[in-house]
Every structure is written in C-alpha cells, then in structure tokens.
Design a protein. Structure first.
Length: 219
C-alpha cells in the first residue's frame, strides 16, 4: 500500500472521530485521535479475521458433509475412507467465498494502515493525515461552502457525514496541498466512498469534485 493512500484512509477515520467543532482540536488532540483510530482499525481487523476464519471452518464442514453424504461414499463399506467427489460451484458457495475475500481484504488493509502509521520510517502517513486535518481546520468554512454550492440545493447539514468527510479530504488535497495527481485524489476519494458509504455516494462525490476541478482551473 502506498503511504499517501494509507494517510487518506487514516484521515477519513480521523475525521469520523471528531465529536466537537473541528477548530477546537490541537495537534496533540489529532495525534491522540490517530492513535485511537489505529487501535480501532487493528481491533476491527482482528474481529473481521475471526469472522473470516469462522466462515472458512463452516465451509470446510459443509464440504466434508457433502462428501460423506454423496452417493458414491454412502455405498462404500463402513469405516472406509471417503473418496473425493466433485463439488458443484453453486451461487451460495460463490457468495460465501466472495464475502470471505472481502472481509480478508479489509482486514489486511486495516493492518497495513496500522503498520504504516506505527513504523517510525513511515511517519509520513501520520504527518500527512494530520496535515489534511489541520488544513481543513484553517479552511473549513470555505471548503464546506464549496460543498454546499455544488450540492444542487442539498443542505450540507443533511448530507451523509461520510460523504462530507471524503469530499473535505479530497478538496483539501486539490486546493490546498496540490502536490498529488488530481486523478489519484479523485480515484481514491471514490474508493473510500465505495468502501465506507452508500451505493449512490461515488457518483455524488465524483460530480462534486468534477465541479471543484473545473471551476478552480485544475483540469
């Protein structure tokens, strides 16, 4: 995983932990919230891996039962070792496999972010996440006004908070940091939306960011 990608996700988790006005947080507060966020990530990763292992055990048991109850093995003498039998790849089994893959990928991603954040040589992850937060603190009124302007009449207070936070992070990078490729910023904002928000969020966020890019001459 690239450090910047880890930093964006960490910034998103950081934003989700805010429980008071953004400008009230000191840098020390932000660092403490990041530590809390990393602990949440590792705890969630552990839970998800346990879920994945449980699902794998369940599937193994189902496969063993299927093999034992297959007509080929039912005709064999008692005590004889079961013969391997073909397993139909049903939609149910495919769905379970996809679910386990998704859980495992999320768990691995969470652990990678935690590793990036805690390694001294990768302090740029924490520093970049804090930089995003501090720049939003300084420019939060302007950024939220942009989101309100491009939200086609939606009240910003009624927007899904996850969508607002993803937009805030991307707009900070596009307008105030300016050293990441525009396409990367947008693509990774959409990835965060797919992972954390609703089904309609990606198109909504893409539309807002496209207007920010055009109106600010970034294209």
């Amino acid at each position: 995983m690239q450090a910047r990608r880890a930093a964006r996700e960490l910034a998103f988790i950081l934003f989700s932990q805010f429980d008071k006005k953004i400008t009230n947080y000191s840098k020390n507060d932000l660092e403490n919230i990041i530590l809390k966020s990393v602990r949440i990530l590792t705890s969630n990763a552990s839970d998800e891996l346990k879920t994945s292992v449980g699902a794998l055990i369940d599937m193994k048991n189902r496969i063993d039962d299927y093999e034992a109850e297959h007509e080929i093995n039912l005709k064999r003498p008692l005590g004889a070792t079961n013969l391997p039998v073909p397993i139909p790849m049903t939609s149910d089994m495919s769905g379970r496999i996809n679910e386990m893959i998704d859980i495992a990928e999320k768990a691995l991603l969470a652990l990678e972010i935690a590793e990036f954040t805690t390694l001294e040589s990768q302090s740029e992850v924490k520093d970049y996440a804090i930089k995003i937060a501090e720049l939003f603190q300084k420019n939060h009124d302007e950024i939220d006004q942009l989101i309100q302007k491009y939200s086609k009449g939606w009240d910003i207070d009624r927007l899904v908070k996850m969508d607002k936070d993803i937009l805030r992070i991307a707009i900070v990078e596009l307008l105030y940091i300016k050293d990441a490729p525009m396409k990367v910023v947008v693509d990774e904002a959409l990835e965060l939306a797919k992972k954390y928000s609703t089904d309609d969020s990606s198109s909504f966020i893409n539309g807002i960011l496209a207007k920010v890019i055009v109106d600010n001459g970034l294209n």
